[in-house]
Design a protein around this ligand. Structure first.
Ligand code: PLP
Length: 399
């Protein structure tokens, strides 16, 4: 049978210790041992099924990790306190002083800032490239390169990475392909296309209720063991551990992820079509006008659609701000960063989530000041929402 990430999640069921339909929450930071020898073995990573200390792992974190690994089709996964708490240890685990990263230039501003400003202090350099131009990507690889880094669908420009082709490049040059799949959970399965490591910010669609931050690294057992190693594991030693209570609530929210993604995608596709027909500069991977529409289509798990993210360009930051403020006043959604909420969220990335990227570089990559990024909500009647949005656009003069 073919791979279906939602079915894989559904097939995992854990019971609580008294037969609860949800697994019990492990409300402990430390764990007791009957034999001192077992404690030593656990430290050494040789006591399967034993827990040592909550920064290392907890039953609740492992349940959530298993669901996420099932979704991505990887051997296992390690959850963390935030998306950045997943991405940064991966980079630091794979790179040391003198090493080099080739990264897509259109990525989340925090990841960009980490690569550009933070890791040079540790002697790690990054070359930022247009990830859609494979010849440019390959030309940037040096003998010191260890990682090829990209987002499956990029924040905020919604560029689509050709993961299978990038994986072939990574294999050819003996690199690890690390893919952030935050924008396209269920729709794209990067590991199935050849990614070595798949990261998510769980803060977004996967949790879906904008009540917590969280992250995950999905990969091989060997790599996740390395991250958790008590002696030199970046996740273990940097300590961005998820709390068990949060792991349990995110796992419950994951049970509805497939339904939510279908609705996010349906609503976003509906609005993208309408905005484009109205003559707005609209970017959405589901539109045939998107440069990577065919690529997305050939890679996607079709039933989950093209995702809930779209952008429009209204020309200037002033117009963007005016429109966003009005849409909030009309209760269409919130002028807020982040994504994956049941309500529509909108922000101007150039001055918010991508503000870490210097102005000249924003310009070069096509991130214009008038760009508004939308995370389309779960609205019941999207035609009604469209009419409300349209009246705001007419009122501020962008339509
Ligand atoms: N990756 C992407 C694509 C994001 O959009 C974000 C946050 O906006 C992150 C990673 C970082 O996640 P977190 O805020 O959970 O640390």
């Amino acid at each position: 049978m073919s791979f279906n990430p939602a079915d894989n999640i559904q097939d995992l069921q854990y019971y609580g210790e008294f037969g609860g339909v949800n697994p019990s929450i492990s409300d402990s930071s430390t764990f007791t041992f009957l034999a001192a020898k077992t404690m030593f073995d656990t430290f050494e990573g040789n006591a399967d099924g034993c827990y040592l200390y909550a920064r290392h792992s907890t039953p609740s974190n492992l349940y959530l990790g298993k669901a996420l690994a099932a979704m991505e089709g990887t051997e296992t996964a390690n959850v963390s306190a935030s998306g950045m708490g997943a991405i940064t240890p991966v980079i630091l685990q794979l790179c040391g002083a003198g090493d080099h990263v080739v990264s897509s230039r259109t990525i989340y501003g925090g990841t960009y800032a980490f690569l550009k400003n933070f890791i040079p202090r540790l002697g790690i350099k990054t070359t930022f490239v247009d990830i859609t131009k494979l010849a440019i990507v390959e030309a940037a690889i040096t003998k010191n390169t260890k990682i090829l880094y990209c987002e499956a669908v990029s924040n905020p420009l919604l560029e689509v990475a050709d993961i299978a082709a990038l994986s072939a490049l990574a294999k050819k040059h003996n690199l690890k392909l690390v893919v952030d799949n935050t924008f396209s959970p269920l729709s794209i399965s990067p590991a199935k296309l050849g990614a070595d490591v798949v990261c998510h910010s769980l803060t977004k669609f996967i949790n879906g209720s904008s009540d917590t931050v969280g992250g995950v690294v999905c990969g091989t057992q060997e790599f996740i063991n390395d991250l958790r190693n008590v002696n030199d594991g970046a996740s273990m030693l940097l300590g961005s551990t998820m709390d068990s209570l949060r792991a349990s609530s995110i796992l419950k929210n994951m049970r509805t992820l497939h339904i939510r993604m279908k609705q996010h995608s349906y609503n976003a596709a509906y609005l993208a079509d309408k905005f484009q027909a109205d003559g707005l500069i609209t970017v959405y991977p589901g539109l045939e006008s998107h440069p990577s529409h065919k690529l997305f289509k050939s890679n996607m798990n079709t039933e989950f659609g093209f995702g809930g993210m779209l952008t429009i360009d209204v020309g200037t930051l002033e117009k963007a701000n005016e429109l966003m403020e009005l849409m909030q006043q009309k209760n269409i959604g919130n002028l807020a960063v982040s994504l994956g909420f049941y309500r529509t969220l909108f922000s101007a990335p150039g001055t918010s989530t991508s503000s870490e990227i210097p102005a000249d570089e924003q310009k070069e990559m096509g991130l214009s000041k008038g760009l508004i990024r939308f995370s389309i909500g779960l609205d019941n009647d999207i035609e009604r929402t469209y009419q409300l949005m349209k009246s705001c656009m007419v009122q501020v003069g962008v339509l």
